[in-house]
Design a protein around this ligand. Structure first.
Ligand code: ADP
Ligand code: MG
Length: 634
């Protein structure tokens, strides 16, 4: 046996760093939280090369005393709690005293800080080695610069994503802090450019800054109190949905969390308003007393544990669903213009129409109502956050809204091919499909055209059989096949758009689109980056010029949260089918002889084909069957 060593502090911290700081976004997160804990009202964040080269946070908080500077780098060194009991009611975002120790073990950190009435001081820490304190110049607060993150942990560095991807994940978090700390002004710079800014002017302003002012008009602003919980913020109205879950933020007592109970409650409230592949928009603050919640579940603090999940579920569900359903309570919950007007009769009863259901709507017992809704989850199936495994290392995905098991998440944009679209399986599937359809092939040359019925069905006789070909279905299928082939072969003619389509997305979506830019371009969509988190489409495939480009982009963005590889071909299937349908000859349209011949030639005897909607192209009638009809034979 080897001798047991007490690990050197630097080694220990490098191991611990794996838990708290696994990617640049987590360093940014910890540093911002420190600034918030320090009471800062102004926070500037600078990120270079996806945070790998530099993360710098400038705040105007309380600063660190000169003599405390070395201790800031020590593990389990914190000014936020001092005794075990403090853990039961943590009011700050940090409390473990691990972040700075972890970050400084794997990077080169410099802290410049000043406290009220004192001179400013500077200290450095390089790979865990704390340097000397020296005088510095700073008016207020603290400036922490983290350079060369992971420089001495090459294996971990290898697991980092591209700079763009790391940057997108950082931006995603900065967005969350802006939304969750609306009295703080934030400035966020990426590679020297100011890309996000808020002014500390409250939630309305923060939401407008992050998602655009128009978003506000598509939301309800709520401020409710239910069963001991405060529920406030913005929730999208019944017509405002997003293509994925990246527009959902929940803050618990100011802390950004991802919690299944809350997410399920909100989702269930929206269930009857949402269509497939739509996701609600929300920025919600949940306020709850400290003794009802345990935030000390994991170093990363992504999830929390509630004393009673059902109560949380009930309160959140009840508030959101009453606002959406427009029940009596909604009037108490909705703030501002959207406040639902209350009309009372002389006896004081509510006579407003939208209020008419509340007495029967089981507001206080939401579970019964849930079970009526198609996509809802019974309360018993609710994930208990007690199941949360505190020993498991959290990753970025833990901070992303969860998908249902069926959907599974790959929020880091990794493109995983679905099994059936993959290699052999795909070839096999295509082969079988082809085989099924081509089994029935007739020799065109021996077919005699015998005219058409109702200007729709072309009659061909061969041997003892007569074939009725639906001219529309046949033509539609042929055009469809041709368009698909062109798409597959990337043999697409592009059509410039008169007015380019310009749209904005969030940072996670932007990164996703950028990684699929080449693919979309090769499919004929002239998509290009048009400023920060903005894109422009100026060309579409010529056959799809009527495509609703906004809806199409939403369908692409919906794939962010699925395990499937981005299959533009599949998305375009419907569009191509519509296009084929539009361009095909119609039923009831008289064709010239040449047209009939051309169509039949194109069909090339493939009578087993179906139109893109699944209708048969051709129906065969045996001579025998006709003779039976006339009772010539029995
Ligand atoms: P924790 O936040 O859990 O206490 P950290 O390692 O993040 O642990 O920070 C250690 C300590 O350094 C904090 O408790 C705080 O006293 C001090 N500190 C860190 N960042 C700042 C800052 N921006 N302003 C003031 N004090 C800070
Ligand atoms: Mg901290």
């Amino acid at each position: 046996m080897k001798k047991i060593n007490i690990l050197d502090r630097n080694i220990y911290n490098r191991i611990a760093a794996g838990e708290v700081v696994d990617r640049p976004y987590s360093a940014v997160k910890e540093l911002i939280e420190n600034s918030i804990d320090a009471g800062a009202t102004d926070i500037e964040i600078y990120v270079e090369n996806g945070g790998r080269q530099l993360i710098k946070i400038v705040d105007n908080g309380c600063g660190i005393e000169r003599d405390d500077l070395p201790a800031a780098f020590a593990p389990h060194a914190t000014s936020k709690i001092s005794k075990v009991e403090d853990l039961d009611d943590v009011k700050t975002l940090g409390f473990r005293g691990e972040a700075l120790a972890s970050i400084s073990a794997i990077s080169k950190v410099e802290i410049v800080s000043v406290t009220a009435g004192n001179a400013a001081w500077k200290i450095t820490c390089d790979g865990g080695n704390v340097g000397q304190i020296s005088p510095a110049a700073l008016g207020k607060g603290t400036v922490i610069s983290v350079r060369n993150l992971f420089y001495n942990t090459p294996v971990r560095a290898k697991f980092l994503k591209t700079d763009k991807k790391e940057e997108a994940d950082i931006t995603n978090f900065v967005t969350r802090y802006i939304l969750g700390n609306t009295s703080i002004s934030f400035k966020y710079y990426v590679d020297g450019e100011l890309v996000l800014q808020s002014f500390g002017g409250g939630l309305d302003e923060a939401v407008a800054q992050v998602y655009g002012a128009k978003t506000l008009s598509q939301c309800y602003k709520i401020d409710a109190e239910k069963d001991g919980f405060k529920v406030s913020g913005f929730i999208g109205n019944q017509n405002f949905f997003k293509p994925n879950k990246t527009y959902q933020s929940v803050f618990l007592n100011g802390r950004y969390i991802v919690n299944n109970t809350i997410a399920t409650a909100i989702n269930n409230a929206y269930a009857s308003y949402m269509m497939k592949r739509q996701f609600p928009f929300y920025v919600l603050n949940i306020g709850v007393s400290g003794d009802f919640v345990d935030v000390n579940v994991h170093p990363n603090k992504a999830d929390v544990r509630f004393l009673d999940n059902r109560r949380v579920f009930g309160a959140v569900y009840s508030v959101v669903s009453s606002v959406l359903d427009g029940t009596v309570k909604a009037a108490d919950f909705v703030v501002g213009e959207k406040r639902i007007p209350e009309i009372k009769s002389t006896s004081g009863e509510c006579v407003n129409k939208i209020y008419s259901q509340p007495e029967t709507a089981p507001l206080v017992m939401p579970y019964e109502k849930i079970s009526e809704k198609p996509t809802s989850v019974a309360a018993n199936d609710l994930p208990q956050s007690q199941d949360f495994d505190p020993t498991r290392d959290l990753t970025f995905n833990d901070y992303m809204p969860k998908q249902s098991v069926a959907e599974m998440t790959v929020t880091d944009g990794t493109v995983l091919p679905s099994i059936e679209n993959y290699g052999l399986f795909k070839a096999e599937k295509e082969f079988r499909e082809k085989e099924r359809e081509t089994q029935q092939k007739i020799d065109c040359k021996s077919c005699k055209f015998r005219g058409s019925l109702f200007d729709t069905y072309l009659l061909y006789e061969v041997g003892e059989t007569v074939y009725l070909i639906d001219q529309h279905a046949a033509h539609e299928r042929l055009i469809y096949d041709e368009l698909r082939k062109k798409m597959r072969e990337r043999n697409i003619v592009r059509q410039p758009m008169l007015i380019p389509y310009i749209f904005s997305v969030n940072s996670v979506e932007a990164q996703f689109l950028e990684s699929n830019l080449q693919l979309l371009r090769s499919m004929g969509f002239g998509l290009s980056v048009f400023g920060y988190c903005s894109f422009r489409v100026d060309e579409v495939p010529v056959n799809l010029q009527d495509i609703d480009i906004g809806a199409f982009m939403d369908e692409i963005l919906a794939q962010i949260s699925s395990l499937k590889s981005v299959s533009v071909e599949d998305i375009l299937k419907d569009k191509i089918a519509t296009c084929a349908c539009k361009h095909a000859v119609k039923g009831g349209m008289r064709l010239t002889e040449q047209e009939v011949d051309a169509l039949f030639e194109m069909l090339d005897g493939n009578i087993g084909l179906k139109c893109p909607h699944g209708r048969p192209v051709c129906v065969a009638l045996a001579k025998r069957d006709i003779e039976k009809m006339f009772k010539r034979i029995v």
